[in-house]
Design a protein around this ligand. Structure first.
Ligand SMILES: [Zn+2]
Length: 375
């Protein structure tokens, strides 16, 4: 069933922020199983919030149906929206990120009797994860907080696997901040240093400070915060002219030991202490989150071991995810999904056996959680 659902979803061209009928498809499936659906629309983004209420805690499956653009379609081996089955792989945009994960969870759900569970199950599916992420999960979570909806556990089907399904799960993610700086100077003749104010000279000691800064040491779960310069431009093209301005872009991936605001403050202080005339803008596009492993993480780890026979690894690696939004509810979060090797690339695909195994693990999680909540 998971293979068929993956193909059905991939065939809907849901390039972010369009859901292209994916949400309706999932809704239909859930309605048949006694879920109550709600479409929460913010801006031009549709989000699905669907719950099957039983007694006991609430487990939410979090995902997104939107996909990144294909790039040049003629470079794909198979039509990116065909869901083509080549015998080993299902091919297409979104197979790994993350329609495959959604399909596996739906398929796992169809193997159990949801009425007899000792817990409730919710689906929060957005169409704004790959885009600006302004009208998706973040807004739905705000709405749920207002309603005092209590979420206990959250399973995110984002790609997390390194080699073999379930070998790596995520319980947190780093934060990310983009910084754009314009250093202001005064253009002039290279032969008259007293009459120019060279922004390149100005920026060198600043960059030296920036690159030598130890932002934090990281912690048990996160590597130390790191900075990368991503762009630097200046100059008018002539050998004998110093530039008026210099433009610099850099990004930091940061741990839970520091906040986006603290980084901003440090950068502003460096600019001040170096006496740099400037314009600067900060965009904290994600705060980090960390979910303390408790009952649900144990259930996931045990389920992976039951199905795969190995112990998984807990990590906080990777880019950003919507986990940062749902963490505001205080729920316990685990991200477990397929391999991320081909996601966002040309020829994105997922192995059929991977889909089958991931479904087995999700199914086992549903069963094991039922045991743990049986009191
Ligand atoms: Zn994704």
């Amino acid at each position: 069933m998971e293979i068929q659902i993956t193909q059905d979803l991939v065939q809907k061209k849901s390039i972010t922020p369009n859901d292209a009928g994916c949400l309706h498809y999932i809704e239909d499936f859930l309605t048949q199983r006694g879920f109550i659906n709600e479409t929460l629309t913010f801006g031009r983004v549709k989000n699905l919030w669907s719950v099957k209420r039983n007694n006991g805690p609430l487990l939410v499956f979090l995902g997104h149906v939107d996909v990144v653009p294909t790039g040049p379609e003629n470079e794909w081996e198979h039509d990116p929206f065909s869901g083509y089955d080549d015998g080993t792989f299902i091919n297409g945009r979104g197979t790994g990120d993350m329609k495959g994960g959604i399909a596996c969870f739906m398929s796992a759900l169809s193997r159990i009797d949801v009425d007899s569970l000792n817990y409730s199950i919710g689906f929060l599916i957005t169409a704004d994860e790959e885009g600006p992420s302004k009208d998706g999960t973040v807004k739905v979570v705000e709405e749920l907080l207002q309603r005092n909806e209590k979420i206990d556990f959250c399973l995110i089907g984002e790609p997390s696997t390194l080699e073999t399904v379930g070998d790596n799960i995520r319980i947190g993610r780093r934060g990310s901040i983009n910084i754009e700086l314009e250093v202001l100077g005064k253009q002039g003749h290279a032969a008259y240093p007293a009459r120019v104010d060279n922004p390149i000279h100005k920026v060198v000691p600043f960059l030296d400070k920036l690159l030598k800064e130890v932002w934090d040491e990281g912690n048990e779960h996160f590597p130390p915060t790191s900075l990368q310069l991503t762009n630097i431009t200046a100059g008018v093209g002539a050998h004998n002219v110093t530039p008026n301005n210099l433009y610099l872009k850099f990004n930091l991936r940061f741990s839970t030991q520091i906040s986006g605001e603290a980084i901003q403050e440090k950068v502003e202080n460096f600019l001040k202490s170096e006496g740099i005339k400037h314009k600067v803008s900060f965009d904290i596009n994600a705060e980090p989150f960390y979910s303390e492993p408790k009952l649900f993480t144990d259930v996931v780890c045990q389920s992976i071991e039951d199905v795969q026979g190995f112990k998984t690894t807990l990590s906080c690696s990777g880019g950003t995810s919507d986990g940062r939004f749902i963490s505001k509810t205080g729920c316990e979060i685990v991200e477990l999904g397929p391999k991320f090797e081909t996601i966002h690339k040309i020829d994105e695909k997922i192995e059929k056996v991977e889909l089958e195994r991931l479904t087995d693990i999700y199914h086992q999680i549903l069963l094991n959680l039922n045991e743990e909540t049986n009191s």
